[in-house]
Design a protein around this ligand. Structure first.
Ligand SMILES: Nc1ncnc2c1ncn2[C@@H]1O[C@H](COP(=O)(O)OP(=O)(O)O)[C@@H](O)[C@H]1O
Ligand SMILES: C[C@@](O)(CCOP(=O)(O)OP(=O)(O)O)CC(=O)O
Length: 442
């Protein structure tokens, strides 16, 4: 095998849940989630080494826009005695190195799944002592712009911050990262085909109608594997709190989403993780989530405005679920007038779902002609608010409003782009910015 220069790149979009916050946690309800043109990119390179080892290989991951964001792992084999093995991932703890639960969980689960689907290729990494180098880059809209970066004109700006302290805008960085990392690993190890993640698949895919001229059975199967792996890894790393709408949007694009049965993603106590993954890989089990493709109609634009604050979704979700358990009757009252009721749920559960500052901002936005709908997406709080507008004209009026009356608010500059996870061709203009980062790692 000649793995020299073998590079795989994929990307997955951020999202805004514009209808169904909290309700979508319950499988009886749907949510409308819009995928955005802001993406997380993951590039993987195989790096053959002089020192050959049959026992292990290394993985080095660099998220170069953050401080202290480089992680190194070894992969070894746990021999099962019958010639079979399970890959075992361990972090190499250099002095001052941090942990990244999302990345570690994805690598761990993906390697176990790859072992089931392409054991020969995985074995070659051990025999030939080939390392994997991984570079991560996020579009700038995932994070509030810092004063010093406002005038920079780069595709992937440095945040000058650690991942822990960065101001997120609420576009779902972990779901986009997990999806793009799973996709790049599955593509690199030839578990799924790049044809299943090509841009062309989205052309004409309007209002749920998919292209008739393509064989979509492989596409469906490959995306289902990616969906299961990403949902499993994200759910494990995040502590099993989310509905999975963000991962589904990162894979399938804008959609009406119904969640999977939560228990299906938890291995039974007598089952090891590797066997659990095998059940989904060999098709004997499937997630029962539903994703119906839709798109924002022509002439409408989804705009996001950042308030430079951000919120902790898992802790808000925990409190709302506690409130719902103790006071279930209130929910029936609350599902009708979405905005008012979400604000009320927040007050009853003691979390700022639509805090007064956000209400004032949203009320002012809605008064501008051409703004059809505005609100706090998803779990609400201080994440970027959304405005659905007719034609692009109201954008200038909205920007004027922010400048005059809400000086901490900025147009994030992203909008809907109904595509999900994509295989990235190396001719794309920004790819050289990613490839440059590999030379730093070798
Ligand atoms: N670009 C990135 N590089 C490395 N890790 C990332 C990146 N983006 C997100 N993550 C991981 O996701 C975590 C953030 O997840 P979370 O707090 O759930 O935010 P979000 O709501 O944006 O998904 C980070 O702490 C980190 O572990
Ligand atoms: C409450 C929710 O229904 C919606 C949360 O939506 P957000 O868009 O706020 O999510 P994060 O990106 O994780 O912050 C929880 C869920 O469905 O997972």
């Amino acid at each position: 095998m000649n793995k020299d220069c073998e590079i795989t790149i994929s990307s997955a979009p951020g999202k805004a849940l514009i209808v169904g916050g909290y309700l979508v946690l319950d499988r009886n309800y749907n949510g409308l989630v819009v995928s955005l043109n802001s993406r997380v990119y993951v590039a993987i390179k195989s790096q053959p080494l002089q020192n050959k080892s049959q026992k292990q290989f290394n993985i080095i991951v660099d998220s170069f826009q953050f401080l202290n964001a480089c992680w190194q792992y070894t992969v070894s084999k746990e021999e099962l005695g019958n010639g079979d093995f399970v890959p075992v991932l361990k972090q190499i703890q250099a002095e001052g190195s941090t942990k990244n639960k999302f990345i570690q969980t994805v690598l761990d689960s993906s390697l176990k799944l790859i072992k089931h689907r392409n054991p020969l290729l995985l074995k070659e990494y051990f025999y030939s002592g080939t390392n994997l180098e991984i570079v991560i880059a996020s579009d700038n809209e995932f994070y509030s712009a810092s004063e010093e970066s406002l005038n920079e004109n780069m595709k992937f700006k440095s945040t000058n911050s650690t991942l822990e302290n960065v101001h997120k805008t609420g576009l779902g960085s972990s779901a986009a990262l997990v999806t793009a990392l799973c996709a790049s690993l599955l593509l690199h190890f030839k578990v799924v085909s790049k044809d299943s993640f090509k841009k062309e698949l989205y052309v004409n895919q309007t209002f749920g109608k998919e292209r008739q001229d393509l064989d979509l059975s492989n596409v469906k199967r490959d995306r289902e594997i990616l969906d299961f792996l990403s949902q499993y890894a994200h759910c494990t790393a995040q502590g099993k709190i989310g509905s999975g709408f963000d991962i589904s949007a990162a894979i399938f694009g804008t959609q009406i989403y119904r969640r999977f049965t939560a228990e299906d993603l938890v291995p039974k106590p007598d089952m090891n993780e590797s066997d659990f993954l095998l059940e989904f890989v060999n098709g004997s089990k499937k997630l029962d989530s539903e994703a119906t493709s839709v798109c924002i109609p022509p002439l409408f634009t989804l705009m996001l405005a950042d308030v430079n604050a951000g919120s902790n979704t898992p802790s808000m979700v925990k409190k709302v679920l506690e409130w719902r358990k103790n006071d279930p009757n209130n929910l029936n009252l609350s599902i009708y007038k979405i905005r008012k009721c979400l604000k009320k749920i927040g007050e009853l559960a003691g979390v700022p779902i639509e805090p007064d500052e956000q209400s004032k901002l949203i009320d002012s936005c809605i008064e501008i002609p051409g703004v059809i709908m505005a609100g706090v997406p998803g779990a609400g709080g201080y994440d970027a608010i959304f405005c659905l507008i007719l034609t692009k004209e109201p954008i200038q009026e909205l920007k004027k409003l922010f400048k005059m009356e809400f000086t901490n608010v900025n147009d994030l500059g992203c909008h809907q782009d109904d595509q999900g996870c994509l295989y990235v061709d190396q001719n794309e203009s920004y790819v050289s910015e990613l490839l440059m980062k590999f030379s730093k790692l070798s």
